[in-house]
Design a protein around this ligand. Sequence first.
Ligand SMILES: *[C@@H]1O[C@H](CO)[C@@H](O)[C@H](O)[C@H]1NC(C)=O
Ligand SMILES: *[C@@H]1O[C@H](CO)[C@@H](O)[C@H](O)[C@H]1NC(C)=O
Length: 164
Amino acid sequence: MRASTLAITLLATVAALAPSIAADDSIEVKQLLCAINKYRKQNNRPFLAFYSGLNGVAQTHNNLMAARNQLKWQFDDEAPLYDRIKDATKTDAWRATAQLVARGYASDDDFVKTMASDAGTKDIFNGNFTHVGVARNSTGQGPWWTQTLGYLADTQPTTVECPQ
Ligand SMILES: *[C@@H]1O[C@H](CO)[C@@H](O)[C@H](O)[C@H]1NC(C)=O
Ligand SMILES: *[C@@H]1O[C@H](CO)[C@@H](O)[C@H](O)[C@H]1NC(C)=O
């Protein structure tokens, strides 16, 4: 199947609530995060920190795409991205949010490499975000990927240990 991608960026206003950043012990998520940060580094962009609320949003949307066999950045019965992020992260402090969705790539690395370089997605992938959540689901006519990005002012992204 031909791989395909969609991207959407939303801007939001600022509020002030400090969210907590959770570490994640899922190997799959860690691999995806490491792949993302590998290409961020190659493109001279700062690392993105894992954020469990963003990851929940990515996972839920990704499983919907897998269940419905449809590549979409928002289904009709889904709330707008910013509302889902606000609910899942319990903060309205996001200055910018974005989501990348894709299916049909051969590997996580292929998915991330394309997001980092494709004309339709590279500005988002390399954008001024601080936090990320990412999900892969290999069922149906996938694999499916959703990468959810957010920008929080005044936060220091934490790094994860990645295999060299
Ligand atoms: C993948 O998506 C399907 C359909 O929503 C779901 O049943 C399954 O649990 C998901 N798999 C993972 C690993 O999340
Ligand atoms: C990030 O923000 C800086 C400063 O506001 C701006 O100059 C730059 O173009 C932005 N980069 C991207 C990739 O959006």
